[in-house]
Each structure stands twice: as structure tokens, then as C-alpha cells.
Ligand binder design. Structure first.
Ligand SMILES: [Zn+2]
Length: 346
């Protein structure tokens, strides 16, 4: 029995074989006086090789990663796995069931809840369970995200860089194996409550990703994530070379930086926003990349959206009706591998 506050499980994480079970979170509210949230969990272990923790549904309205974990669980046998896979396809199950980013039970954003707390609601308790019991037994972690209902991301690995030089390089290796068209670089300053930082704090190589978005399931984004996942698991020695089917060699990923070079273009008015560009498209400072129409004064000239910097459009909002302060899109700085190495202190 493993426990953390209201979270407990009798799942056997250690024995060889393949099994599914639950991590139970005790919860009481108006609807459920005495109940538990049953997070599905799977273990596939065929040998003494490395352990990889795979999580999806960290944000509930992001679906490609959830599908990848379901497919892994259904398709792999213990003899396919020289190490151990631990799979949690709906890390924040209440949010998944609500088709929402955060939990309807406590408003908790799982990726702001780490390292968790036993007495701060179910979302934080789940994060605490993962932090206490699952990160320490993992040799690497893959956490799958997409843009969610509100946004669309370019398909990318998401590489958090902390202050541990060797660990940063291990994470970069994961990103290269994952081989998404882009890899987004994000500085970790230790204050975000994100899963990435929690893993870095315990010295465990970690890679997240963003696969499409808009609250839908994208077959193309699924395929990028699926291929990347299998490449990482095989390279780590956690999956046999044939398991999971044919996978192409990893393409060379392009690095884009959201900090300090990334710039959000933000609406200063109510209106109907047109953004002319698709994700992954190159942009030039000063270009008109869209416009905001006045929803009330039909026939008035729209306000142009001027690109603030050269770069790659990495994120764009989904719904075009905007209010002051709404982010419209994110322009990232493309950086070469040589520049990345300098930033990593090589
Ligand atoms: Zn997410």
C-alpha cells in the first residue's frame, strides 16, 4: 500500500507482468459524500531494465497523449518491455471527465500543483502522490500535453531547462529521440509548480510535449507523439526494437525558445480576431499577421495585428472572439543547436 494524504493504492508496481488497477483519491463533496476518484494506472514489466513513467490527462482536455497511453497498454506485452512502464492516462481524471483543463472539484491545475500537498484538494494530493512515490522510482518521465480547448500548439517536444547541466543534457537527449518537428525550450525557475520542475528537483530526466490542441483529437499529432514515444522507449532500453510496430527514424528537430525570446501578441480590445498564420510558420517583425474586427460597429476598419519579432508562430488561440488581455498567439525565437549548447553552458 502506497499513500499520500487522501491518495492510496494497492497497485503492485514491482512484480513482472502486465496489470491495470487504480490509484484512489478519497473525496467528499455535495455530490459524493463518501467516494473515491479512481485514477487508472497500468504497469508493464518484462525485465530489470529502466523504468519510464508515462502520464497524460495532466490537463483534461488534451487527448492525443491519453490515446497514446491507451494504445501502449493495449498493444504491449511484458515480453515487449525489457524494463518497466508505469502508465497513468488520466492523471487528473476529474478534469478529463469534465473535458476541461483543470479539475471541476477544486479548480486545480495539475501542472501548477507540484510538489503537491496532502490537505489542499484532490489535484494537489495527486501531484503529491506522484512526487512522493512515482518520480523517485522512474529513470525517465514522459508527460503528454496538447494545446487544450483554448489553444493550438505546433507539434513539439517541450524541454524544460533547469540549473543541472548533466540533467539538461539527458532531457535534450530525450527530445532528440522524440524527434518532434520542433522542440520548445522553456527555462525552469523553480516557481511554477509544474511536473517538469518536480522531476528536475529529483534529478529524473523529463520530457513533455505539445501535440496539437483545440480540444480535439488530431491523427497527425497523435502519430508524431506515438512515433516519438516509441523512439524514446526503445532508445532507453525500455522497449524491444520491434514492439509497437514500425517507426521512422527521428527527424532533426528545430529548437524554438519561449523565454526570454518568446513574445505573446495580446489583444487590446474586444473583437473578432483573424490570425492569418498557421502554427510552425515563420514570421517577420513588422508584418501584418492578422486583424481584429469590431463586433459592434460593422464596416469600421479593423485593427491590424503587427508581428512584434522575427520567429516561429508556435501557439495560436482557438476561438476568435477576444477581450482585452487575451493572448492571440505566441511568437518564439528559433535558435540553432550551437546557440542552445551555449545557453546550456557547454
Ligand atoms: Zn497541458
Amino acid at each position: 500500500m502506497l499513500s499520500f494524504g487522501p491518495v492510496r493504492t494497492d497497485m503492485d508496481f514491482d512484480s513482472p507482468g502486465k496489470r491495470a488497477g487504480f490509484v484512489d483519491v478519497a473525496h467528499s463533496d455535495n455530490r459524493l459524500a463518501f467516494s473515491s476518484i479512481r485514477l487508472p494506472v497500468g504497469v508493464i514489466r518484462g525485465g530489470a531494465g529502466p523504468t519510464v513513467l508515462l502520464t497524460a490527462g495532466n490537463h483534461g482536455d488534451e487527448y492525443e497523449g491519453q490515446a497514446i497511453l491507451h494504445r501502449l497498454m493495449q498493444g504491449l506485452a511484458p515480453e515487449d518491455v525489457p524494463g518497466r512502464l508505469i502508465l497513468l492516462p488520466a492523471l487528473n481524471l476529474p478534469a478529463v471527465l469534465d473535458r476541461a483543463r483543470v479539475s471541476p472539484l477544486d479548480g486545480g491545475n495539475m501542472n501548477r500543483a507540484f510538489p503537491g500537498a496532502a490537505d489542499a484538494g484532490p489535484t494537489s494530493a495527486i501531484a503529491g502522490f506522484v512526487d512522493r512515490h512515482l518520480i523517485p522510482i522512474s529513470d525517465a518521465i514522459l508527460d503528454f500535453h496538447s494545446g487544450g480547448t483554448a489553444t493550438e500548439y505546433v507539434d513539439c517536444g517541450f524541454l524544460g531547462l533547469g540549473d543541472n547541466h548533466d540533467l539538461n543534457h539527458q532531457c535534450l537527449q530525450l527530445a532528440d529521440w522524440f524527434g518532434a518537428p520542433f522542440t520548445m525550450l522553456c527555462p525552469l525557475d523553480g516557481s511554477g509548480g509544474d511536473f517538469d520542475t518536480a522531476a528536475h528537483r529529483q534529478g529524473v530526466p523529463f520530457l513533455s510535449c505539445e501535440l496539437g490542441g483545440m480540444g480535439r483529437y488530431s491523427p497527425a499529432s497523435f502519430r508524431i507523439g506515438w512515433n516519438g514515444c516509441l523512439r524514446v522507449l526503445r532508445a532507453l532500453g525500455c522497449l524491444g526494437p520491434e514492439a509497437g510496430g514500425d517507426v521512422p527514424a527521428a527527424p532533426v528537430t528545430r529548437f524554438i525558445d519561449i523565454g526570454p525570446g518568446g513574445v505573446h501578441l495580446t489583444s487590446d480590445r474586444h473583437g473578432l480576431a483573424e490570425i492569418d498564420l498557421v502554427t510552425g510558420q515563420g514570421v517577420v517583425a513588422g508584418d501584418t499577421i492578422g486583424r481584429i474586427h469590431d463586433l459592434h460597429c460593422f464596416g469600421t476598419a479593423p485593427a491590424p495585428l503587427i508581428c512584434p519579432r522575427d520567429g516561429i508562430l508556435a501557439v495560436r488561440r482557438h476561438n476568435p472572439v477576444v477581450a482585452p488581455g487575451d493572448h492571440l498567439c505566441l511568437i518564439t525565437e528559433e535558435v540553432s543547436r550551437d546557440t542552445l549548447r551555449v545557453r546550456m553552458g557547454d
